[in-house]
Structure formats: C-alpha cells, structure tokens
Design a protein around this ligand. Sequence first.
Ligand SMILES: *Cc1c(COP(=O)(O)O)cnc(C)c1O
Length: 391
Amino acid sequence: MGLPGPGGRFGDYGGRFVPESLVPACIELEEAFHAAWADQGFRAELDGVLRHYGGRPTPVTECLRLSKELGLRVLLKREDLVHAGSHKLNNVVGQALLTRRMGKRRLVAETGAGQHGVATATAAALFGLECTVYMGELDTERQELNVFRMELLGAEVRPVRAGSRTLKDAVNEALRDWVATVDHTHYCLGSVMGPHPFPYMVRELQRVVGDEAVQQCRGILGGADPDVVVACVGGGSNAAGTFSGFVDTEARLVGVEAAGGAAATDGIPGVLHGMRSLLLQDEAGQILEAESISAGLDYPGIGPEHASLAASGRARYEKATDEEVLDAFRLLARTEGILPALEPAHALAWVVREAGRTIPRGSTVLVTLSGRGDKDVAQVRELLAAGRAAR
Ligand SMILES: *Cc1c(COP(=O)(O)O)cnc(C)c1O
C-alpha cells in the first residue's frame, strides 16, 4: 500500500471532490504532510509521543483458551491498550503534531459516537491547541457522556442541526468551518476517508499498527506470517493500518463491517465528503444511514483505498450481525479476560463463524483489537436484557 496515484486516486476511487475554496487547503496539507513524513525529526517526535504518552508498542497476545475453543491459533493486536482506549490516538497525535508544524493553533473535528471527538480533544489538550468538535444533534443526545468528556478535555462541542443530525452532517459542518478558518485551523479527520490527502495520510499514521504486528507475529510464529489478518471496518483506518503491514505477505486480508452498514458489500460508487468511494445509497442516490449496535461503525461509506482493495481482490470484505457480535464479545470476555469494543467484536465474530469453514482448522489468525469495551458495557447489558426478554 504505497502512494496513491495522481490526484489521490486508488484505482477508480479516492480523489479530491471539493469546492474550489477548499483546494488550496488540501494542497497545503498534502505538501506539509509529505515534508513532515520525510523528516526524521518529525518521525522521531511522533514515535516518542506514541511511546511515552500513548503506551506503544502495543503487544500481540496469543489467545490460548480462545484458540482451543475455535480450533485455530488466534493472535490479537492490542490497540485496546493504547492511551484513551483505541487506535484513534495514533492518528490524532500525528495530525496534532502536523498542525503545530504548519504553524496553526486550532483543530476542528467531526464525530459520530464521540470517540474521534474525544481522541481529538485529548491530543488538543496535550499540545495546547484549541479544539472544536462538530457532532450531530441526535448523536449529542445519544452520547451525552462523550460530550461531557470532550468538555472536560477543554474542547467545544457544536451540535449540528442540519440534515439527519448525525455523522455525515457533522463532516459537512467541519469542512465548512475549515474553509473559513484555514489560516489558523487544521481539520483533524478521523478515518481513511475524505478528500486527498486524508485517506493516504491517515493510513500512514495508522501503519504503525501493521508494521509492529508483522514483526511481532514473526517473533511468535518463528518467522512465519499469519494465514489470515482480520480487522473491523467503519471508515477503515484500523484495517488500513493493519493491512499495510501485511499486504506484501501471503496473508489473506479480511475487513469486517456491520451487517447494517456494509458499504464494501452493499455500497454503490458515488461521491461524498470529498471522495469517490463505495457508499450506501438508495435508488435516487440519497445517502442511507448505516445502523448497527456499534456506533463507531455507522459510517455510510468506506475509505477509497478499501474500495480499491475490494475491487482488486487483495482484501475481502465480510459482514457480522449484531447477534454474532454480542456472542463474540462474551466469548472473548470469558475465554481471555478481555472486554473488546463492539467494533472489533465484529472482526472476532467473523472469525468465530468461519472457524473450520473458510478458515481451515489449525490456521493462524491475527485480529486487530482496535479498542477496549469499557465504553460499551452499559449497552451490552441492555442488549442482553432485551434479548432475554424477547426469548
Ligand atoms: C472508531 C473506531 C473504529 C472504526 O474506525 P476505523 O476508521 O474503521 O478504524 C473501530 N474500532 C474502534 C475501537 C473505534 O473507536
């Protein structure tokens, strides 16, 4: 997974579909990121923050009891152990350092469930940057606690009352803010989506996950690579970071989406949020709302590089249902003493379903555990209670 083609293209996908007024901002960012990424000093500073503040490198854990249960050899890349509880910190710390390097003092971000908003507010606090987070009004009501977290971290949360009052409207507002404030503001986008250079830049900032994991797996597996590498896909940043470490190996790459928001499988090519990609749309081209138990996967599209990997067949994209996800959540808790976030529980759910089927017995499987499940415990309790009541 190298540089995108001219104009930020990944095959038929990607690009930079933005109003004229945003083109200079995207070009400034592209140039700033290229220069920073080629600068050993910038890389060393980022590595230092991720190590001493973020807790990197994260371990790869071999799951002995789960492996026995499934007839596989299961390894977990433990992004749940990163500060603030998920892989999101890798991206926001990189973008915050870049903001400072560009001489800017303010971050804007979009958030759906609130996780990326909290991550951005965390990085803003760490580096003394101002921070404004756009969040659909409906989401601010559903995720009150995350609004409070962002405020504790010193960010201002602006509810978005346009459209469906959810994530896709928050992205539009954040882009609008950025156009008006670009002289001192950076848009800290949360996944491998949006106009070029974001999909490329965010993948590069997350590639630390895959780069660490491929070496750690070789240590554990006597120099071999896993047979299958699995990650959940919302926009696709933890999967892109993971895949970038393994794309040149023989490993089968699998991204798992929520069945109620599977843009890689059910999407149609279209343009949204500055990129051409696979999007959930109705027959009139209206963007549909993604819906699953995992708010972090409820994005109606997928990053353009994933659309391209799906088209080439180098990666495959699968779905997991809410029920399978709850079962996988409980299975990991009981066999390994780890509560996964509901997002990576999708990746596990697919492994559980396919063990002994499309994943032959005895295979080695690496799953990226993108985040910890503490944030989801109350919801899981309600879902299980509702499930019992229904039975
Ligand atoms: C936000 C989030 C995701 C989804 O985002 P990607 O860009 O697809 O990685 C997945 N897992 C966790 C824990 C998250 O917080």
